[in-house]
Write a protein that binds this ligand. Structure first.
Ligand SMILES: O=C(O)c1ccccc1N[C@@H]1O[C@H](COP(=O)(O)O)[C@@H](O)[C@H]1O
Length: 224
C-alpha cells in the first residue's frame, strides 16, 4: 500500500506541481497570517487550479470564523478543511454543516493523556492529524518542525483514521512509519530550505524515503 503524503504550506506553482508529480496525495495551503507559509485565498485558488483532481486540496485554518472560511472556501474550493486550532467538537460539527466538506481535526500530542482528547471528536471529525505541541514561545500551532514520541500512538484505537505530522523529514520518516504504521503523513518544514521556502530536492528525498518505507512494509507484509 502506498502511504498518502500531504505536502503542506505550498506557495509557488513550481512547488505545487513538483509535489504532485512526486506523488503527493494531498496539497496543503496555510491561511494563518503569522505563518511564513501564509497565502492569500485567491493566490491559493490559482495554484490549486493547476493540480485539481490530481491531489486533494486542503485548506489549513486556525480557529477561523465563518467570514474567513467563506472567503477561503469560495476562492480555493478545497476538498478538505484542516482545523488546526482549538476548535471544539461543536465547532467542527458547525463547520461541516455550513460548508459540506470533510474536516480533518488537528490535535497536538506530547504525552499519553493527550490521546484522551480524540474521543469527543470521534464520529464528528472525518480524520485526525496528530502534530507535536508547539515549542515554548512559538506563535505557530503547527509547522514548527517538531516531532512527538511516536510510540504514544501504540495506545491508539486501531479504528482511528489519522495523518501523522510534526517534524517529519527524509531522515526520520522511515522510522516514523515503521513505529506507527501510519497510512498517511504530512510534512511542511521538513521539505524546506528556509521557513516557507519549499526545496525541491528535499521534497524528492522525502518521497524517496517514503517509497523505500512502503517497499519495506510490503516485503514485511508478504512474509507474514
Ligand atoms: O505550517 C504552518 O506554518 C502552519 C501554521 C498554522 C497551522 C498549521 C501549520 N502547519 C501544519 O503543521 C504540520 C506540521 O508541520 P511541520 O512538518 O512540523 O513543519 C504541517 O504539515 C501543517 O499541516
Amino acid at each position: 500500500m502506498k502511504t498518502d503524503v500531504k505536502i503542506c504550506g505550498l506557495k509557488t506553482a513550481e512547488a505545487v506541481e513538483r509535489a504532485v508529480a512526486l506523488g503527493a496525495s494531498h496539497t496543503g495551503f496555510i491561511f494563518f497570517p503569522k505563518s511564513p507559509r501564509n497565502i492569500e485565498p485567491d493566490d491559493a485558488g490559482r495554484l490549486a487550479a493547476r493540480i485539481r483532481g490530481r491531489a486533494k486540496i486542503v485548506a489549513v485554518t486556525v480557529d477561523a470564523g465563518n467570514d474567513d472560511l467563506d472567503e477561503i472556501v469560495s476562492a480555493l474550493n478545497p476538498d478538505i478543511l484542516q482545523l488546526h486550532g482549538s476548535e471544539s467538537p461543536e465547532r467542527v460539527l458547525t463547520v461541516k454543516a455550513v460548508y459540506g466538506l470533510p474536516v480533518m481535526k488537528a490535535l497536538s500530542i506530547r504525552e499519553a493523556s493527550d490521546l484522551d482528547r480524540i474521543g469527543p471528536y470521534v464520529g464528528i471529525a472525518d480524520r485526525f492529524l496528530f502534530d507535536a505541541k508547539p515549542p515554548a514561545g512559538s506563535e505557530l500551532p503547527g509547522g514548527n518542525g517538531v516531532s512527538f514520541d511516536w510510540r504514544l500512538l501504540d495506545a491508539l484505537d486501531g479504528g482511528v483514521d489519522y495523518m501523522l505530522s510534526g517534524g517529519l523529514n527524509a531522515s526520520n520518516i522511515g522510522e516514523a512509519l515503521a513505529l506507527t504504521g501510519a497510512r498517511a503523513i504530512d510534512t511542511s518544514s521538513g521539505v524546506e530550505s528556509a521557513p516557507g521556502v519549499k526545496d525541491l530536492e528535499l521534497m524528492e528525498a522525502f518521497f524517496d524515503a517514503v517509497r523505500r518505507a512502503d517497499d519495506e512494509r510490503a516485503r514485511a507484509g508478504s512474509k507474514t
